[in-house]
Design a protein around this ligand. Structure first.
Ligand SMILES: *[C@@H]1O[C@H](CO)[C@@H](O)[C@H](O)[C@H]1NC(C)=O
Ligand SMILES: *[C@@H]1O[C@H](CO)[C@@H](O)[C@H](O)[C@H]1NC(C)=O
Ligand SMILES: *[C@@H]1O[C@H](CO)[C@@H](O)[C@H](O)[C@H]1NC(C)=O
Ligand SMILES: *[C@@H]1O[C@H](CO)[C@@H](O)[C@H](O)[C@H]1NC(C)=O
Ligand SMILES: *[C@@H]1O[C@H](CO)[C@@H](O)[C@H](O)[C@H]1NC(C)=O
Length: 424
C-alpha cells in the first residue's frame, strides 16, 4: 500500500516541477500533512459548518496517466483556466488527511480524470472527447477494482467542472439533449453548474465555486478604505456566435444590457478586459454576473472576494455551497426578463441594504469558503467540498447490490463515437 502512494507521488513530481516553472509554487500542495488552520478574525465571521474530517475516508484511484498527468503535459493551459479545479482537487486529495490507502475502509471513491484538459488551439476543452475519456476511465476502474460494480458507482464522486457539468457540452440545447452521461447516473457529481429543474443538474450534486487563482486575488487587494466610485461594473462578452441548435448567447441578456446601458453614466460596462479589472471591482458597488452560455462564471467569486455586490442575472441558478453560504444576504438577484429595468432595480436598493450586503461580503470566512487555497485551510472551498461529501454519509446499506443482482447502468447507451477507448 505504501509503495502505491510513493509511486503516485513520484508520478506527480514531474507535473509539479512543470507547474513550478510556471510560478505556481504548487509544491506546498503535496506537503504530506495538510495543515488546517483557523482563519483570522478581521470581520464578522460566519460559522460555516462542522469539521467533517474526523471520520470520512476517501480512496483515490491510481489511474493510468493518460487520464490525468499526460493530458496536462500535452497542454498546460488547463492548469490555469476556469475548469482547472479537476486538477487541483486531485492534488489536494492526494495529500489530504481524509485520504485512505485502503479501499476497504473508504466511504468515497474518487477518480482523477481530467476531462476538461484536452484543449482546442483556442484553449477551450474539446467537448467531443470528454465522454470518451470518462467512459474509458469508468471502464478501467470497474474492471480493475471490485468497488464500482458493488454499487453501480453510488459511493463514487467525480469532479465535472464544465459549463453544464456531466452533460459535456457548452450549448445548452445540446447539453440537454445529451443529458447527464449515462454511466454517471448514480454517482455524486461535483460541478460548477447548478440550475434547479435542469436535466444537467441532480438535486444531490455538490455545487462548487469556479476556480479562481487565489494568488491572483491576493496580489490585487486594495486598501479596504478605497472609495467605491463606480455604481455598476462589468467586463466581458455581450455577443457570441449563436449555437447550431438556435441557442442565443446568454439568452440575449448580455446583448440587452449592452444595448440599453452602454451610454449610461451609472454603468461602466465594456467587452475590453483591462489590466486593472480586479482593482476596478474594488472601486465598484455592484458587479454584474449575468449568464453566458452557462449560468455561472468566475465573476461571482471575484465579486465576493473584492466586496462588490454580485448582481446575479441567471434564472434558477444554484450557487455554490448553498447550504452554508448566506447568498440571499450578499447578492442581488435580477430575473432575466427584468434586465431592461436593471437601472431602476439597482437605484431602488436602499443605502442600508447596500451597507448590509457589503458587511456580509467583508466576512473572511465567506471569502475563504469560495477559494481553493494553495495550502488548504480550515473553512476553504476544499474543506467545504469535504463537508458536503461528509453530510451524505453514512451511505444507506441499500446502495450495495445483492449477489447476482444485475447492474442497472447501460454500458451501450449513448453515441457510439463515445465507445472508442481514450488515447492520447
Ligand atoms: C455522435 O458524436 C459525433 C461526434 O461527437 C457526432 O458528430 C454525431 O453527430 C453524433 N451522433 C449522434 C447520433 O448523436
Ligand atoms: C464489473 O462488471 C462488468 C460488467 O458490467 C464486468 O465486465 C467487470 O469485469 C466487472 N468488474 C469486476 C472487477 O469484476
Ligand atoms: C420543470 O421543467 C419542466 C419541463 O421543462 C416543466 O414542465 C416544469 O413546470 C418545471 N418545474 C418547475 C418547478 O419549474
Ligand atoms: C422599488 O422599491 C419599492 C419598495 O421596496 C418596491 O415596491 C418597488 O417595486 C421597487 N421598484 C423596482 C423597479 O424595483
Ligand atoms: C442500452 O442502451 C441501448 C442504446 O440506447 C439500447 O439499445 C439497449 O436496449 C439498452 N439495454 C438495456 C439492457 O436497457
Amino acid at each position: 500500500m505504501m509503495r502505491g502512494r510513493t509511486s503516485t507521488l513520484r508520478t506527480w513530481s514531474h507535473l509539479l516541477s512543470l507547474t513550478l516553472l510556471l510560478g505556481f509554487g504548487v509544491r506546498d500542495l503535496v506537503a504530506l500533512q495538510t495543515r488546517f488552520t483557523t482563519t483570522g478574525h478581521e470581520g464578522p465571521n460566519v460559522e460555516l459548518g462542522e469539521d467533517p474530517m474526523r471520520k470520512m475516508k476517501v480512496y483515490v484511484y491510481d489511474m493510468p496517466s493518460k487520464f490525468n498527468k499526460r493530458v496536462v503535459q500535452k497542454d498546460m493551459r488547463c492548469l490555469m483556466h476556469m475548469f482547472s479545479i479537476e486538477i487541483h482537487m486531485h492534488l489536494f486529495l492526494l495529500s489530504s488527511t481524509v485520504r485512505t490507502l485502503d479501499p476497504e475502509e473508504a466511504d468515497w471513491f474518487y477518480t482523477p480524470v481530467y476531462t476538461n484538459c484536452d484543449l482546442t488551439t483556442t484553449g477551450l476543452p474539446f467537448v467531443k472527447y470528454m465522454p470518451r475519456m470518462m467512459r474509458s476511465a469508468i471502464h478501467y476502474l470497474s474492471t480493475k477494482w471490485p468497488y464500482w460494480n458493488r454499487t453501480d458507482g453510488v459511493d463514487h464522486f467525480f469532479v465535472v467542472p464544465h459549463d453544464f457539468g456531466a452533460c459535456f457540452h457548452y450549448h445548452e440545447k445540446e447539453a440537454i439533449m445529451r443529458g447527464i452521461f449515462p454511466l454517471l447516473q448514480h454517482a455524486t457529481l461535483i460541478q460548477t453548474f447548478g440550475q434547479v429543474n435542469h436535466s444537467c443538474f441532480k438535486d444531490d450534486s455538490i455545487i462548487i465555486p469556479p476556480y479562481v487563482l487565489p494568488r491572483r486575488i491576493s496580489n490585487h487587494i486594495l486598501h479596504a478604505s478605497t472609495p467605491r466610485s463606480t455604481f455598476v461594473y462589468f467586463r466581458g462578452a455581450f455577443y457570441d456566435v449563436d449555437g447550431p441548435k438556435g441557442d442565443y448567447y446568454a439568452r440575449g441578456v448580455r446583448a440587452t444590457i449592452w444595448e440599453i446601458y452602454k451610454d449610461n453614466v451609472l454603468f461602466d460596462i465594456s467587452s475590453e478586459h483591462p489590466t486593472t479589472y480586479y482593482e476596478d471591482m474594488q472601486r465598484s458597488i455592484f458587479c454584474l454576473c449575468p449568464l453566458g452560455w452557462a449560468p455561472w462564471s468566475p465573476r461571482i467569486v471575484e465579486a465576493v472576494e473584492f466586496g462588490c455586490i454580485p448582481v446575479v442575472i441567471a434564472d434558477n441558478i444554484v450557487l455554490p455551497f448553498r447550504n452554508v453560504i448566506p447568498w440571499d444576504d450578499m447578492v442581488v438577484f435580477v430575473p432575466e426578463k427584468d434586465v431592461d429595468i436593471l437601472e431602476s432595480i439597482l437605484t431602488n436598493i436602499s443605502m442600508e441594504e447596500v451597507t448590509m450586503k457589503q458587511k456580509m461580503l467583508s466576512s473572511p470566512s465567506i471569502k475563504q469558503a469560495l477559494l481553493f487555497s494553495r495550502k488548504s485551510k480550515y473553512g476553504d472551498a476544499f474543506h467545504q467540498v469535504l463537508r458536503a461529501l461528509a453530510s451524505k454519509l453514512p451511505h444507506s446499506s441499500s446502495i450495495y447490490l445483492k449477489e447476482g443482482q444485475p447492474t442497472t447502468l447501460n454500458w451501450t447507451n449513448g453515441n457510439s463515437s463515445e465507445f472508442i477507448p481514450w488515447q492520447i
